[in-house]
Structures are given as C-alpha cells and as structure tokens.
Design a protein around this ligand. Structure first.
Ligand code: ADP
Ligand code: ZN
Length: 740
C-alpha cells in the first residue's frame, strides 16, 4: 500500500546521521511507500536511497525532488528497516551506511559526473585546453577524476570549467549502466539442482532427539528465544539445525542460517541442497554481483525456504522468518572490521527479537559472551556431549618444544613425536592435517651483520618472505618487494630468514615425507576463484595425504580419513596483544583437533608449544570447555573485560603523525570533561599496536564500563567531536574484536 506525503525522508548511502528530506513530485504522489528505493540527487550526483518515512511539511526550504522511484512496491519490510536502524544506533554509524552494507551493490544505482564533448569553440586559450578538449572528444565521456589522472598536477578542474563556460564541453550526471537492471522487476527463476542426492536423514542419536524435543514447542509457536547449542565437534549439531529447519518449512516459514565463511563450508551447502533441493539461496561476498543480485531477489520474493550466507546475510530480505541459526557462533569472521563494524551473530539475535523468531547459536567452543549469557539464563543452554555413533574424542597431546627440540627435523619445526606420528600415519595410508596460523615462508628477513629488518614503507610491520614468489610482502597492505641480495644498510650478503609460516612447513614436509601428496590451503594458494574448493575436494576424496594450512582448515570440515592433526606452534595465536588471545587459542586447538577421528578410526592430535603451562592447554587437551570458561572468566572479571564490562574502541588515524597524536589527546581530554550517567573508564590515548597502516598514523582510546547506554552516549559524543573529512578521522568500534 503506497502511503505518501508531500515530503519523503530518504536514507542515502552517505555518512549523514539523519535521513534527508526530498519533495515528492506530483507524478510520484501516492506511489511511494516506506521501504521503496528511490533515485535522489545528492550533491552533484544521483544516488539510490531508501524511503524511511514521510512528512507533511519540510523542515527546510528549497529541498530537492525525488528523481525516480526504483520499485513499484516496498522492497524492504518494516522489520528490515528496524534492524538497520538498530544497527545504526548501536554501532554509531549513519543509517545510510548501514543500508549500503545491507543491500547488494546492484541494488544501488548511482550516477557520476562526466565531461562530454559539445562543440568546437572559436578559439581556445592554451595548449592544455586544446589537449583536454581533444582527449574528451576522442575518448568519449570522461570523469573529472580520469582527466586529472591523464593530466596530473595541471589544474584540469579550471580547464574543464573554462571549456564548459565556452560551451565546448558539458558536465553531465550519468547513471551507471545497471540502473536499468536495478529497476526491472525480475521474476525469480526456479532453480533446479541437478544431481543433488536424495539427502536421506540419519536416525537421530538420543541426545539429538532430546535437544529437538525440547525446542519443538518453540519452533511450532514461534516467538523470540535465543538458544545456545553447545555440542562437541562431531556431535551432530548440523543435523539438529537441518531438522529444525525442516520443521520450520512445514510451517510454511523460512530459515536463515549464517556460517563463518561460505567458501570454507562446501559440505554444509551440499547437505542443505540435498535436504532442501532447489529451495536454497546463498549470499556471500565470493559471488559475482549478478549472482548476489539473483539470489537476493529469489529471497525477497519468498522463492526459497532456506537462506545460507556469511556475516552480511544477517540482512537477507527474508520475510517469513521462522528460525535463525548461527553456526560456529564463536567465529571471528562474524565481526565486520571495516565501515559499519557490526557483529553478525549479535545482529542475528537482535533480528530474532525484532521479528519474534527463535535463534539457535551453535558451537563446540562457544564465545565467552554467549556461554556467559546461557549460564546466566538469558539464553537457553542445549548440550550435545558425545560424538555420534559413540566415536571417541581425539586424543590430544601437548608437546613442549623447549624440552623436545626437533631431533629429526633440521630447524625444529617438527618435534620427534609429531614427526614420527606423521610418518606412521602416512605409512598406514591415513590423512594428516598440519595447522599453523601464519602464512609465508619466513616471518621476516634480517641482516646477519647489522640487524637490519625489512619493513613495509607504508605500515609499521616487517615484511614476510614468500619463497615461491621470491619476494617479501606486507600482510596488511599487500606491498611487495623482490627479495634483496644484500642488506641495504651495510651491504652484507647474508640475510637470515627468521620465523616460519605455512609455506615453510610445506617445504619441510616435502623433504621429510618425499612420497606423500602434500597440499596447502591458505590465502596464498586460494586467491584464484574456486581454488579453495578444488583443494578441499581433493582432500575430501583422499587425493592428498597431508594438508597444511592456516585457520582455513580449522573450520567445519568433516573428512573421515583424517586421523592425525598437528599444531606446529600454538603460541602464534597466544602472543597477539588482545584480551581474547587465550580464548582464540583454546577455540582453534579444539576446532582443529575436532577434524580428527570423525569416522571409524580414533584421532590423534599433537600440539606444539613453548609455553605448555598456559591455562588454555589442559582444558583443550581434556575437551573441557567449562574449566576453560571458569579460568578465563576469572581473569576477565578481575580486569573488567567483556562479558563483565563493555568496550568501545576509538581509533583515530591520519597522514600526519603529530596531528593525529594531538587530535587523540584533545579528544581524550574532551571526553574526560563529559559527565556520563554511569561510571566509565577512558583509557589512553596511546599509539595503536600497529602504529602506522597504509601510510596512516593511528592512535586509540578505549572506553570501558558496565552501562552500555552510558558507553554508547560517550561514543556518539566522540564521533560528533571529530568532524568528518578533517586531517584525521575517527573510527568507532563497539564491542571490538580487533584492537591492533
Ligand atoms: P558437528 O556439526 O557437531 O561437528 P555434524 O553435524 O557435522 O557434527 O556431524 C558429524 C558427522 O556425523 C556428519 O558426517 C553427519 O552426517 C553425521 N551424523 C550426524 N548425526 C548423525 C546420526 N544421528 N547418526 C549418524 N551419523 C550422524
Ligand atoms: Zn604495509
């Protein structure tokens, strides 16, 4: 139903805190509705905005008009807009930016300014005018930015203005090609999935039945409730999700299932397709814009019963939501680390509350926050304590690298127990998984004689050496430099390779196990489209004996032939300066260990470390989550970290070190003068652990307190105190996960 007024409030994808007011032209009166997309002028361009309300009077005079309606009916329902508003408010982000993050790019038509040739003027002022005009004439419409690139540092803007005044060129506002597509109402095409197996469901275990019986009334009646499914690896959590989703389908409703990274879970997609043939839509960033667009429309039209996706799928336009599942709810990839810094799992719970549907969070190693909520009664705890078919949990051994240095391996990458286990497992024709949370060959190159270390010119980070490409790389900004032959400081020719990554591990393994078929899965080997799935399928089929990898290999894989898992150096995740380092390490060891022994044969796990006494190891060895939780929360309570107190991380960055430092000090001082409604701590300012990134200097301030409202009020104040577009910028991160 089109409701309408003379003025429309439109949220536009720009860093504005409030929606903008536009006049509704005569032709569109009565045709616009809340939730419809419109094309509106913004500055010198036109952009896609979403109507979020109407006004009878305009608060200001001389407002611009809505240029065009892009939909015939509301595309986004009120619950969707409510979720976006909630996210904007909580994460201290403009509503327009949340909408931009929530909508696939093809739904966002945009115009840009272009310079087009008009006619040959009688005379021209100078050679530059001549060159610019010729470029515009011969190359067709060009953006001012393209012209500036073509004639760098020559004041092209003034030339264009002069040419426009003489009538030689015109500046036009052109819509990008896809607007026509964005306007067309596409009917969903039925998708048939050829070859999907019949998807026979197994007979449920006692524990699975019990869990499903206990949530059955909630799934039938609907209504908001959050449940934490804590089930050990291989206990059949996925089967519980599938049954719950089937029940929701029988009620004619749709399910949304979030997974950490779709590309890492091809098996889950197989299982979804097998159980809901032709009824699954997928949303994630690995799809092309056109694919995303197609899936989005199928969802918006109610053409599918199941929607699966990564983080941003929490915004999928599902209308008849009956259930939201968040698989591996502890996974860090649910946190968006750029732009609007939202947490997909937390927004899933908020969405469940807004639409009134149950939410299941599942994990073998729940986040401390979720487990705390379940303990405290805010979530319902559901537990699966045993693996299916009474398979034993893998046997985990912690090896102290200090007392058991590599005896057989030249450089100590592999301790004797790990090496002999690897050899034995290979001789028995079984598969081994070798995990190290660091890619590359050497962590850095250092001059043997003067100590010089190769560093990124743009970041305060040393460069990682990659043997295969004979270059050093910055893992933060991508900077690449060919490996030097000599030290640039002292000319010495011997540069030593310090530290190691997955490439080195693979290299060593080829030497130690010459007959084994060895694969590697990390960001370097999976950058090509489809490469990751290819490696995984080879692994799944048993075409690889050993798979080396980063955390990519730790997630959800279920490959029966894996009977040995080795963690080369658990310390690499323990030593990051982050209060969650122990939690991450516990999670990653448990998850990677969980890949072992998932079929008939029991699994064995060997974890190498230099600090075997650390409190995360014994519970990881004993598969004892509650003990880890108790120790960890003891520390967190003492120092006032989440879940006992909440954090907001403020980062300031800019191109001038002194200006950023001064800005951070001024901001901290101003915040300390505020009178918050509840006690808060303001820590800092201090330079960030990574003090420079992509040529920008970084400082930080940490806000801490028990009262979320007081904390958010102060964060909003901070955002307001740093004007946008100045020499430095502020980034507000509510409930931060990465404070490097
Ligand atoms: P989790 O997600 O808890 O790690 P999965 O759901 O992936 O566990 O289940 C592990 C394996 O056990 C999968 O291969 C799955 O098909 C199988 N499985 C699940 N439930 C049962 C069951 N009741 N009986 C037999 N096999 C099952
Ligand atoms: Zn860099």
């Amino acid at each position: 139903m089109a409701a309408s007024g003379k003025y429309a409030l439109v949220a536009v994808p720009a860093p504005l805190d409030e929606p903008l007011t536009y006049a509704v032209p005569e032709a569109l009166r009565g045709r616009l509705d809340v939730g419809m997309r419109v094309l509106v002028p913004l500055g010198r361009r036109r952009v896609t905005g979403v109507v979020v309300g109407f006004e009878r009077e305009s608060p200001v005079t001389g407002v611009k008009e809505v240029a065009e309606a892009l939909d015939d009916e509301a595309l986004l329902d009120p619950a969707f807009l409510k979720l976006c508003r909630w996210a904007a408010d909580y994460y201290v982000a403009p509503l327009g930016e949340v909408l931009a993050a929530a909508l696939p790019p093809l739904l966002r038509a945009e115009s840009r300014l272009v310079v087009t040739f008009a006619h040959e003027p009688d005379g021209l002022q100078g050679t530059l005018d001549r060159e610019v005009l010729d470029a515009v004439r011969s190359r067709g419409p060009l953006t001012p930015a393209a012209l500036s690139r073509r004639f760098p540092r020559r004041g092209v803007k003034a030339v264009v203005d002069r040419l426009a005044a003489a009538g030689a060129v015109v500046l036009e506002d052109r819509l990008r090609g896809h607007v026509r597509e964005a306007r067309r109402r596409r009917q969903p095409r039925p998708e048939t999935t050829a070859g999907a197996q019949s998807g026979r469901a197994p007979v449920l275990t006692e524990e699975q039945q019990e869990v499903l019986r206990s949530i059955d009334p909630r799934l039938e009646q609907g209504g908001f409730e959050t449940m934490l499914l804590h089930g050990v690896t291989g206990s059949g959590k996925t089967e519980v999700y599938l049954r719950a989703m089937e029940q929701v389908r029988r009620r004619g409703r749709q399910s949304l299932i979030l997974v950490p990274e779709i590309a890492l879970t091809p098996q889950l997609l197989d299982r979804l397709e097998a159980r809901f043939p032709g009824d699954v839509a997928v949303l994630h960033s690995g799809l092309t814009a056109a694919e995303r667009w197609r899936h989005w429309w199928r969802i918006a039209h109610g053409a599918v019963k199941v929607v699966a996706g990564a983080r941003s799928a929490v915004f999928a336009p599902v209308r008849e939501l009956g259930l939201i599942v968040v698989d591996e709810e502890h996974d860090t990839s649910y946190k968006q680390e750029e732009g609007v810094r939202y947490h997909g799992r937390d927004l899933a719970v908020v969405r469940g509350r807004i639409v009134g549907c149950p939410v299941i969070l599942g994990s073998a190693t729940p986040s401390v926050e979720s487990y705390h909520n379940a303990r405290g009664g805010r979530y319902r705890m559901l537990e699966l304590t045993e693996r299916v078919e009474a398979r034993p949990m893998p046997r985990v051994e912690i090896v102290d690298l200090k007392t058991r240095p590599g005896q057989s391996s030249a450089d100590g990458l592999f301790s004797a127990p790990l090496l002999s286990a690897l050899r034995e497992n290979h001789e028995r024709g079984r598969q081994s998984l070798i995990f190290l949370n660091r890619r590359g060959f050497a962590s850095f190159l250092q001059c043997w004689s003067c100590g010089f270390v190769f560093r990124c010119p743009r970041c305060s980070i040393s460069l990682t050496y990659h043997l295969g490409r004979d270059s050093t790389f910055c893992h933060h900004c991508g900077f690449r430099q060919r490996k030097a032959d000599a030290c640039p400081e002292c000319g010495n020719l011997s540069l030593s390779e310090v530290g190691f990554g997955t490439e080195r591990v693979e290299h060593e393994l080829r030497r130690l196990l010459p007959k084994a078929r060895i694969g590697r899965m990390d960001r370097d080997t999976t950058s090509a489209r489809g490469a990751q799935e290819r490696i995984f399928r080879a692994w799944e089929k048993g075409d690889l004996d050993v798979l080396v990898g980063t955390q990519m290999i730790a997630k959800g894989h279920d490959v029966g032939g894996v009977t040995l898992v080795g963690v080369v150096l658990a310390d690499s995740s323990l030593n990051i300066p982050d209060f969650r380092a122990a939690e991450r390490t516990f999670q990653i060891i448990s998850q990677v260990a969980g890949r072992a022994g998932r079929a008939r044969e029991p699994g064995r796990v060997i974890v190498q470390t230099l600090v075997p006494g650390h409190y995360c190891f014994e519970p990881a060895r004993a598969h004892d989550y509650p003990t880890f939780f108790a120790t960890e929360t003891g520390f967190r309570r003492e120092v006032g970290y989440p879940p006992f107190q909440h954090l907001v991380h403020l980062r300031l960055d800019g191109t001038h070190e002194d200006k950023v430092a001064r800005g951070a000090r001024d901001l901290a001082r101003a915040l300390r003068r505020e009178k918050p409604k509840a006690p808060l701590e303001i820590l800092g300012p201090a330079p960030a652990p990574i003090a420079r990134l992509r040529s920008r200097y970084r400082w930080q301030i940490l806000l801490k307190g028990r009262s979320r409202p007081a904390l958010l009020a102060l964060a909003r104040r901070a955002a307001a105190l740093v004007p946008r577009g100045r020499v430095f910028r502020i980034h507000v991160d509510v409930d931060p996960h990465n404070m490097l």
